[in-house]
Design a protein around this ligand. Structure first.
Ligand code: SF4
Length: 327
C-alpha cells in the first residue's frame, strides 16, 4: 500500500473530486510511522495528527499496483514528474529502489525522491533504479534551528553537518542542479540565515526551495506562519541567488533582518517572472501544501499574472522598509 496526495488521487481518477489547481507532479508517500520526530511534522513519531496528513494535505491509501496502472493512463495528461516523499521507515525504505524501478518501468515521467540523509551507495541504488533527482530537506536555516526542530533536541539522529554531507554525496551521484533541499520559513531563523544557507547551496550545486511554516494540530512546534511580506522578500532573494546567482544588493540589519534588496535588478532577470511560484524540482507545483485555497498564497502553484507579481513586490518592499528588528 502507498498513499498519494489527494490532488494526485483525483488527477489519477483514483478518487472523485474537483481540483482548483491540478498538480503537475504525482506525489506518492512511501512508508508509515516515521521514526523521526521533526517538531513541525504531522508524520513525526510523537505527533498526534491524523495518519493520512502530511502538511495540510490529505493522503488516501491505495494498492501500489493500482497507482502504477493509473500512472500509465495519466502520462498524456497534465503530469510531468513523479515525486516519492519518503518517511524514515526502514521497512519501506529497503524496498524503495525496487519501487522506483517499477515506476520507471511503468511510466516515462522523471522521478524525484525526497528522503532523509543517505550515502553514496543508496544514492547510486536510486539512480540505477531510475530516479533522476533527489531531495534532502534541511528545513532549518541554521545549525541551531536544525537542532531545535529536526536534530538532537527532538531526538533525531541527524545533524546540520551530516545533512550537508549527505547533500554533497547526492550531488556527487546525481550531479549539480539535480539535488534539492528546502527551508521552512518561520522557525525562528533570521533572513541572514536564509541568505547564507542559499549561498552555500548555490555554491554546491543544490537547488533551494522555500516553504512557509504551517501550524498543524498534533505537532509539537508552536509558532506563527511568517508574514506574507517577509516571505515575498525572501522569495525575491531566492530568485536572485538561485536564478542569476547574484548576491549583490542585499543588506542586513545587526539582528539579521533584510533591509536592502535591488528589486529592479532582480525583476530584470528572466527567472523573476516566477519568483513567487512554487519552486523545487522542475514541474513541481505542490498545490496548497502550505496554503488554504482562500490564501494567503505563499507559493503560487502556477505562473502569476502581472497584477499578482506587482502585489508581491509591494509586499516585499513593505517588509524591507519596515522595522529593522521585525522578522
Ligand atoms: S523525517 Fe520527514 S516525515 Fe519524518 S518526521 Fe521528519 S519531516 Fe516528518
Amino acid at each position: 500500500m502507498v498513499r498519494v496526495s489527494l490532488g494526485t488521487a483525483i488527477l489519477l481518477d483514483l478518487k472523485e473530486g474537483n481540483l482548483k489547481v491540478k498538480p503537475t507532479t504525482a506525489y506518492i508517500m512511501v512508508g508509515e510511522n516515521c521514526q523521526n520526530n521533526c517538531s513541525f511534522c504531522t508524520q513525526a513519531r510523537d505527533s498526534t495528527s491524523k495518519a493520512d496528513l502530511l502538511g495540510r494535505v490529505t493522503w488516501p491509501e491505495y494498492q501500489f499496483k493500482d497507482v502504477l496502472e493509473a500512472l500509465k493512463d495519466a502520462e498524456k495528461d497534465d503530469l510531468r514528474r513523479i515525486c516519492l516523499q519518503c518517511l524514515n521507515d526502514p521497512i519501506h525504505l529497503t524496498g524503495l529502489p525496487s519501487m522506483v524501478q517499477r515506476l520507471h518501468d511503468a511510466s516515462e515521467l522523471p522521478i524525484s525522491v525526497s528522503i532523509g540523509p543517505l550515502g553514496v551507495d543508496r544514492s547510486n541504488d536510486l539512480k540505477r533504479s531510475g530516479a533522476d533527482r533527489v531531495g534532502i530537506a534541511l528545513d532549518g536555516a541554521s545549525p541551531t534551528i536544525f537542532d531545535a526542530i529536526k536534530g538532537k533536541d527532538v531526538g533525531n539522529p541527524h545533524t546540520w553537518g551530516s545533512t550537508w554531507r549527505a547533500l554533497d554525496d547526492a550531488v556527487s551521484v546525481f550531479g549539480k542542479d539535480n539535488v534539492s533541499t528546502h527551508i521552512i520559513v518561520g522557525m525562528g531563523e533570521t533572513d541572514r540565515d536564509v541568505f547564507d544557507t542559499m549561498v552555500k547551496a548555490r555554491d554546491t550545486g543544490i537547488t533551494v526551495s522555500l516553504f512557509s511554516y504551517t501550524p498543524m494540530k498534533g505537532t509539537s512546534f508552536s509558532g506563527e506562519p511568517p508574514s506574507i511580506e517577509r516571505y515575498r522578500a525572501l522569495q525575491l532573494m531566492r530568485c536572485s541567488i538561485m536564478g542569476s546567482g547574484s548576491t549583490e544588493g542585499f543588506e542586513f540589519s545587526a539582528s539579521g533582518k533584510l533591509i536592502s534588496i535591488d528589486i529592479d535588478r532582480i525583476m530584470q532577470e528572466g527567472s523573476s517572472k516566477d519568483a513567487f511560484r512554487t519552486r523545487g524540482c522542475p514541474d513541481c507545483n505542490r498545490p496548497y501544501y502550505n496554503e488554504r485555497p482562500r490564501g494567503p498564497m505563499y507559493n503560487y502553484p502556477y505562473s502569476v499574472e502581472d497584477e499578482e507579481r506587482k502585489k508581491g513586490i509591494e509586499e516585499a518592499v513593505r517588509y524591507i522598509d519596515g522595522p529593522t528588528s521585525t522578522l
